[in-house]
Design a protein around this ligand. Structure first.
Ligand code: TYM
Length: 337
């Protein structure tokens, strides 16, 4: 049996290096294995939780669609779709919501972070918390369980969500499976070296911290972003400590072992930070220049992208529609005759 691999990206902004290294690159590589049956999608319902600007959502959907394809995704080989084109997903979300303990969602990092921030500011703990944010993990569980994914390639920040999907699947299987596994229990796949790619300031690269390096800015923009990476104040000639430098961590995510060993030695020998930034820029530009060009061509053809995504949604629904029918039966939503 083939291994089902599934992952998604929220369409709230321009894709950055963290999305690429943490999810897109490993997912595209994994999709090429003969044993893989891959599902990659644009999480545009998730985007509505964080963003109420329709133009931004629309633009981001286009950018992320073009990004996947520019990074080498073969839409014929995989199932590539928008979450919002598969209405079975929100319906499954409701079935799962009904078996999900509120206590489980109380523990979700994103919800807890909002509550903690409110408490710190002396506000009502739930100020500004929508039901969308609160039940975010259930929608994500529906994404994964709808296609019975075995493996979910993600960055470290998503591990808890995949674990919650497992918990919810187990509960549903127990209540309605009558001895069989209706849902496969998914596993997160984490590439350790890029599990949390740092941003310009050393914190996790994230749209919310505004510390990202955009994946497909021009070479000039890439160079300018790399120049803004924060380093210590060691002067040229002074030995640098690679292991405490997030510039080195970024380099590591894109270098071959030989390149990495050489860069480490140069830093220990006192390479100037300016030179080190130039080396990182060259490394990134080398990997990104070809897909960047492809991205520019793709983004100019929205009608073609639309066609690819519509075909992907039809393919996804050929699995989702009958499976949701089975699940409706299992919970007792059956026809009378
Ligand atoms: P999102 O859109 O925030 O991020 C997309 C993917 O990029 C990874 N990532 C990173 N990896 C390493 N270092 C970083 N600095 C970094 N920043 C982001 C994320 O871990 C993620 O893998 N909820 C998800 C989208 C989603 C999903 C799903 C994923 C919806 N349904 C089902 C997998 C399966 C999210 O917001 O990812």
């Amino acid at each position: 049996m083939k291994t089902r691999i599934l992952t998604g990206i929220t369409t709230t902004g321009t894709p950055h290096l963290g999305n690429y290294a943490g999810a897109i690159r490993p997912a595209v590589v994994a999709s090429r294995a003969a044993s893989a049956d891959s599902f990659y999608f644009l999480a545009d319902y998730h985007a509505l939780i964080k963003c109420d600007d329709p133009l931004r959502i629309q633009r981001s959907r286009l950018e992320i669609a073009a990004t996947w394809l520019a990074c080498g995704l073969d839409a014929e080989r995989v199932t590539f779709y928008r979450q919002s084109d598969v209405p079975e997903i929100p319906e499954l979300t409701w079935l799962l919501t009904c078996v999900t303990a509120k206590g489980l969602l109380n523990r979700a990092h994103a919800y807890k972070a909002s509550v903690d921030k409110n408490v710190e500011n002396g506000e009502d703990p739930d100020a500004g918390v929508t039901m969308g944010l609160y039940s975010y993990p259930v929608l994500m569980a529906a994404d994964i369980l709808m296609f019975n994914a075995h493996k979910v390639p993600v960055g470290r920040d998503q591990i808890q969500h995949v674990e919650m999907a497992r918990d919810i699947a187990q509960r549903f299987n127990h209540l309605f499976g009558q001895g069989r596994e209706l849902f496969t229990l998914p596993e997160a796949v984490i590439e350790e070296s890029v599990a949390t790619l740092p941003g310009l300031d050393g914190r996790k690269m994230s749209k919310s911290y505004d510390n990202t390096i955009p994946l497909f800015g021009s070479a000039k923009e890439l160079k300018a972003a790399v120049a803004r990476i924060v380093t210590d104040s060691k002067l040229p000639g002074e030995p640098k400590d690679p292991d405490s430098s997030h510039l080195f961590t970024l380099y590591q995510a894109f270098a071959t072992p030989a390149q990495l060993a050489a860069f480490r030695a140069e830093l220990c020998d006192g390479l100037a930070w300016g030179e080190a930034k130039q080396r990182l820029f060259e490394l990134l530009d080398n990997e990104l220049s070809e897909p960047r060009e492809l991205y520019r061509q793709l983004i100019a053809k929205p009608a073609e992208l639309e066609e690819i995504l519509q075909a992907g949604a039809a393919k996804a629904r050929r699995i989702a529609t009958p499976f949701l029918g089975e699940l409706r039966e299992a919970v007792g939503l059956r026809n009378f005759s």
